[in-house]
Structure formats: structure tokens, C-alpha cells
Ligand binder design. Structure first.
Ligand SMILES: Cc1cc2nc3c(=O)[nH]c(=O)nc-3n(C[C@H](O)[C@H](O)[C@H](O)COP(=O)(O)OP(=O)(O)OC[C@H]3O[C@@H](n4cnc5c(N)ncnc54)[C@H](O)[C@@H]3O)c2cc1C
Ligand code: FES
Length: 590
């Protein structure tokens, strides 16, 4: 990590950031409905200050940036679990994978509990750009190399079925979530040979997507992309509104949803037992751990997938001037683009743009391995330059955010029985940038496995699979992880915590150990061990989100060390400084 690229001063704010982050605050003041909606969040914040042993609470809102979806209508927050409870199936994680699984299992007549330690959708599902697609991130050419022609065919079949299933659910539950079918276009960067597209077209056709075609250019007025592939019948939606609809349907069918309930441990057995952070027990015949990164699989899965941060900007564009479609290029990392109507509640629209004359253009990309770069502003700038050169963008950025995706070594998610665990413990992880379809495939496949129905996709997505043809990627990612342990013997980011400016953080060496030190806006220092509780890598400061990110397997913690996402399942251990009652105290040494 190049220290000179880091900012140890006050967090730099752009205009767009101010508009994005202050939005909720101002709207809450002027709009009583919003105040009511915000109450659960206020209650949630209050909980953090309640002394408790090793409390670990996840909520993407504890990151600094806010996505477009997080600014509109919220999902009603359900209460925490307060007593021991039992069901046929317990689903941990209320993102798209968990909520779809719960919904489909209820349809099969199973009793289902969903537990989440944040609000519904508060993980990566609120940070997605929600391209719903069967045009796979890693390209069908590669999927075919890793999984064979039949594997590629099943991948195409399953992602296509997932788009159809999302549409079916939306129609049957009458979910108002801006769902639209539209085309997707894959193009090469300027100056690159279109041969790649030709080869991809052949692979796509062999996989059974016979309607994909090569055309001369994307239907964009201001940007001649050159030849591209058109994938028909893709889709997009508003992910939070979709989850809100699923939540309503789950409750309607008798499912129970508990938020702010952290699962500390999952034990297989008949029944399986889940222990909550507060000491309550959930018993269930089957357990689905749909926490994006499974905390109950300590090593196996995490050697086969790698965490990447990805960045998104939203701009206003004149309504109707950009053809509504999904767009991707083949750069590495690739750019992804879509449109979204301006949010229709008046104050949000006023802040994001004029819904009568504008729509939002959402542009993402600039991925890097989590915890291995801290130069978000340069990445946002490059994204902006890229977007302005190709689209009729109005004025400044309207919103920006980042999030994490988990990329498997062989391009497909891990969905099925957790390896080395009991037969009734299931996981769903490794979505890459295809969590909307992979999350839906999880629901379909895990439901089949739990009710005892055979499913043609089960081997393809089996978490225990070994893909020998992807061993080069396996080696590359694991050598990269091994190299991260070198941080144990290097110096800190700064000589001492005195050098840390208010509102920012840095890793400081203290004797044999390293400390994650954050100085708040009032100048008070908060120190935790910088050692990730998963497998002991040293976390890195992320000034864009004010988080501590682990460069090994992607665990992330807020500025004071509270867990945001796994595979770690506890907070960073407080080491020195003033006590933060919500983080357990332990001395840390090497
Ligand atoms: C910027 C960005 C753009 C993306 N774009 C796309 C796209 O265009 N198309 C696409 O298909 N995918 C996209 N993705 C990927 C997609 O968003 C994710 O893969 C998907 O949302 C993951 O859903 P999930 O249900 O698996 O996990 P999450 O939504 O992260 O949900 C997991 C839940 O588990 C809870 N949890 C974790 N641990 C515990 C515990 N111990 N106890 C209780 N609860 C726990 C968390 O609080 C969280 O709510 C994108 C992702 C990002 C970040
Ligand atoms: S996430 Fe594995 S060591 Fe931190």
C-alpha cells in the first residue's frame, strides 16, 4: 500500500457527497413521515451505545456513503428476537439471497424464520446497481473453460430462470419496484479488437442463449461503441422496493422476520442450533446462512473466492436521451451502466434531480481488492471522466457509493451444503456482480435441496466443488492473501496516533502489535486491535467509507471496530484508549 496516496487529513467532501449524505437528515427534519421511517435507525444507533459484551451489529448504513436506493422509501424494520424459537428453516441474512429463499420455502409450506443483525437489505443488496442479467461477468468463454459446455449451458439456464422467477414473484405479489425488461449490451473498450465479442458470441450460443446477437453499435446517440452483443430480455429493478415486497409476502405467509439479531454460532445436528449474540437459541431442521460471506465457513470457501470493492456514481441525464438498457464493457475491471427514474418522493427528487426532465444514469466500476487501495477519489474521478466522455451528463455527481463483491475463482456462486459441516447447513455466497440472479438461484436451489427435490444446477453451484481448470486463479488469489500477512512486520501508516487528524484513521504500530486508530471529529481517539478476528490479517483504513477493511478475505468493520460484514463474526478487539462499551476488551499481542 502506498502511504503517499492516503489522506490523513479531514475526510474530503465533494459537493455530491454533501448532497447525498445530508439528504436523509434534512428530509427527516422537514418530513414527519420520514422521521417515523428513521426511528428504527435512530433506535439502532442508540443500541450501539448500550454496554454489551462483544456486540456485533451489521448495517451498511454505518459506512459513509449512501446508494440511490437507500435514499427513498425504507423497509419497515421488524423487532429483534427476544426468546428462544423454533422453525423448519432458519435463514440468516435478509438480503436478496435470504429473502428469496425464505419466500420460496414458505411457498412449499415450510415454517421459516429470517434473522438479520441489521435491517432488511442492509448488506450489499442496498449497494447493488441491480442489473438483472444472464450475461455473465466472467464471460461464457471462461465459464465453458472452467465448467465445460454443459456447465455453461446450466449457468445460462439458471440465470435466465432467475430473471423469470423475479418477474413471476413481482407479478404474483404485485410488488411495485420499477421492474423492467430491457436489453443488455456488451461492448469492447475503444481501440480493442472485437474478436473477443465474436468468441463470446459463439460461447453464448453454445450455452443455449440463441437470441443473443452481434450488432454494429449500442443504441446510444453520443457514443459509438463499435460492434457489441445484444442480450435480450434482461431486467432491472429497485432492489430495496423488491425486498420490501418480499418481506410483506413472507409475513403474509406466516414467516417471521427478526432484525438486529446477530447470530454468533451455527451448530449442525437434528435439529440445528443457532446461538444469538444475546444468548438466545433458535432450533431448526435446516439452516441457510445467506450472509453474503459465510461466517460459519472459516476457511474452505474463503480460499476459493476473493473480495473486491467496486465504485458507483449517479448523474442526471436528460430524460429519453440515453436508451434505457443495461451496458457493460469488457475492460478489466469492467464498467457497468444503467438508468433509473428519479426517486418519486418529492424531497429526494429535489436533491437528486428533476424527475420531469431528468433520469439517473448509474455508472460503476474501478474495482480493486478490498483493503488493498485507499484512493477512492481518484477512482470516482476516473469513472466520471469515463461517463462524461460517453453520455450526456448534466452538471455534477448526484450520488456516489461503494460496495463489496465476492468473486469466486471459477466465476459462479457457491450455493448448497456447507462443506465440512452437517448435511442440514446450507450457504449462498460468491455472487460476483451477479447477486440479483445468484441470490434468486440460491432461493430456488436451496429450496429444492431442503424439500428433497433434485435440481439440475446443484453440482454446478456445489460449494464443495473443485475446479481444477481454475487453479491458476486459485493460486493467484491465495498468493495475494499470503502476501498480506507481510503487514505484521512493516511499520504503521503513521509514526504515532498523534499524527491522525480528526475524522480519519490509520494503522499504528505499538510494540509488537498493530492498532487501528480512529480520531473522531471531536479529537477523541478510538483504538482497536488492527488484527482481523477471522484469520489474523491486518486491517486497512478506507477513508471513503470510514471503515477498516481486511485485505485477506474482505471482513469489514466500522471506524470504531464494529463488524460490518464477514467472514469475521466479531468486532475488532479494543486494545487501548478510552473504552467503547460495545467492543469487548482484550489485550492483544503478537
Ligand atoms: C456496487 C455494487 C454493484 C453491484 N451490482 C450488481 C448488479 O448490477 N447486478 C447483480 O446481480 N449484482 C450486483 N452486485 C452484487 C449484489 O449486490 C450482491 O451480490 C447481493 O446483493 C448479495 O446479496 P446477499 O443476500 O447474498 O447478501 P447481503 O445483501 O449482503 O445480505 C446479507 C445479510 O446478512 C446479514 N448478516 C451477516 N452476518 C450476520 C450474522 N452473523 N447474523 C445475522 N445477520 C447477518 C447482513 O446484515 C446482511 O443484511 C453489486 C454489488 C455492489 C456492491
Ligand atoms: S477476513 Fe480473513 S483474515 Fe480478515
Amino acid at each position: 500500500m502506498n502511504q503517499t496516496t492516503r489522506s490523513y487529513g479531514l475526510k474530503q467532501s465533494t459537493n455530491s457527497e454533501l448532497s447525498c449524505n445530508s439528504l436523509v437528515f434534512w428530509e427527516t427534519l422537514v418530513n414527519p413521515t420520514r422521521l417515523v421511517r428513521a426511528l428504527p435507525q435512530i433506535r439502532f444507533q442508540k443500541q450501539l451505545s448500550v454496554p454489551s459484551k462483544a456486540r456485533a451489529i451489521m448495517n451498511s448504513k454505518l459506512e459513509q456513503t449512501i446508494s440511490v436506493w437507500m435514499q427513498g422509501e425504507g423497509i419497515p424494520v421488524y423487532g429483534a428476537l427476544t426468546q428462544d424459537i423454533n422453525a423448519d428453516v432458519c435463514v440468516v441474512g435478509a438480503g436478496i439471497a435470504g429473502m428469496t429463499s425464505a419466500y420460496l420455502l414458505l411457498k412449499e409450506g415450510r415454517t421459516v424464520i429470517v434473522v438479520d443483525d441489521g435491517p432488511i437489505g442492509g448488506g450489499q443488496t442496498e449497494r447493488t446497481t441491480a442489473h438483472i442479467t444472464n450475461a455473465l461477468d466472467d464471460r461464457y468463454m471462461e465459464i465453458e473453460r472452467w465448467h465445460g459446455q454443459e456447465g455453461a449451458r446450466l449457468a445460462a439456464e439458471s440465470h435466465t430462470a432467475a430473471i423469470d422467477r423475479i418477474e413471476e414473484i413481482i407479478n404474483s405479489e404485485k410488488i411495485d419496484c420499477d421492474f423492467e425488461r430491457l436489453d443488455g449490451y456488451l461492448f469492447t473498450p475503444i481501440g480493442e479488437s472485437p474478436n473477443l465479442l465474436e468468441q463470446e458470441l459463439q460461447a453464448v450460443r453454445r450455452a443455449g442463449l440463441s437470441q443473443v446477437e452481434s450488432i454494429l453499435s449500442c443504441p446510444l446517440q453520443n457514443f459509438d461503441t463499435g460492434p457489441c452483443l445484444r442480450f435480450p430480455r434482461q431486467a432491472q429493478f429497485h432492489p430495496r422496493k423488491y425486498l420490501a415486497g418480499l418481506a410483506k409476502a413472507i409475513l403474509h405467509m406466516g414467516g417471521r422476520i427478526f432484525t438486529q439479531t446477530h447470530i454468533a454460532k451455527v451448530e449442525s445436528g437434528t435439529p440445528a442450533r443457532l446461538r444469538t449474540e444475546m444468548g438466545l437459541t433458535i432450533t431448526a431442521e435446516a439452516v441457510i446462512v445467506a450472509t453474503n460471506s459465510p461466517f460459519n465457513d472459516f476457511v474452505t470457501i474463503h480460499t476459493k473466492q476473493a473480495p473486491y470493492l467496486t465504485y458507483v456514481l449517479a448523474f442526471g441525464v436528460p430524460r429519453g436521451q440515453v436508451t434505457k438498457a443495461l451496458y457493460w464493457d469488457t475492460e478489466n475491471p469492467y464498467h457497468y451502466v444503467r438508468l433509473q427514474p428519479m426517486p418519486n418522493d418529492v424531497p429526494a427528487s429535489a436533491m437528486l434531480g428533476n424527475p420531469l426532465t431528468e433520469e439517473l444514469l448509474i455508472v460503476g466500476g474501478e474495482d480493486h481488492k478490498t483493503g488493498q487501495a485507499d484512493d477512492a477519489e481518484a477512482r470516482y474521478d476516473r469513472l466520471e471522466t469515463w461517463a462524461r466522455a460517453r453520455f450526456p451528463v448534466n452538471e455534477g455527481r448526484r450520488c456516489h457509493w461503494s460496495g463489496q463483491v465476492l468473486e469466486t475463482i471459477d466465476g459462479l456462486a457457491f450455493i448448497g451444503r456447507n462443506p465440512l459441516d452437517g448435511p442440514n447447513i446450507f450457504i449462498a455466497t460468491g455472487d460476483s456482480g451477479q447477486g440479483m440472479t445468484h441470490g434468486t438461484i440460491s432461493g430456488i436451489l436451496l429450496t429444492d435441496l431442503i424439500v428433497g427435490r433434485s435440481n439440475p444446477w446443484s453440482q454446478l453451484y456445489d460449494p464443495a466443488r473443485k475446479t481444477l481448470s481454475a487453479s491458476d486463479r486459485f493460486l493467484k488469489e491465495n498468493l495475494n492473501v499470503a502476501a498480506q500477512y507481510g503487514s505484521w512486520v512493516t511499520g504503521g501508516d503513521v509514526e504515532s496516533s498523534e499524527a491522525i487528524a480528526p475524522g480519519t484513521g490509520a494503522v499504528v504500530r505499538q510494540g509488537l502489535t498493530k492498532v487501528a486508530a480512529y480520531r473522531d471529529e471531536h479529537g477523541q481517539l478510538h483504538e482497536c486491535s488492527a488484527v482481523c478476528p477471522h484469520l489474523g490479517c491486518i486491517v486497512q483504513w478506507n477513508h471513503n467509507e470510514s471503515t477498516w477493511d481486511c485485505p485477506c478475505h474482505g471482513s469489514r468493520f466500522d471506524k470504531k471496530g464494529h463488524l460490518l460484514c464477514g467472514p469475521a463474526n466479531t468486532n475488532l478487539v479494543q486494545s487501548t484508549g478510552l473504552p467503547d462499551a460495545s467492543v469487548e476488551f482484550k489485550a492483544v499481542s503478537v
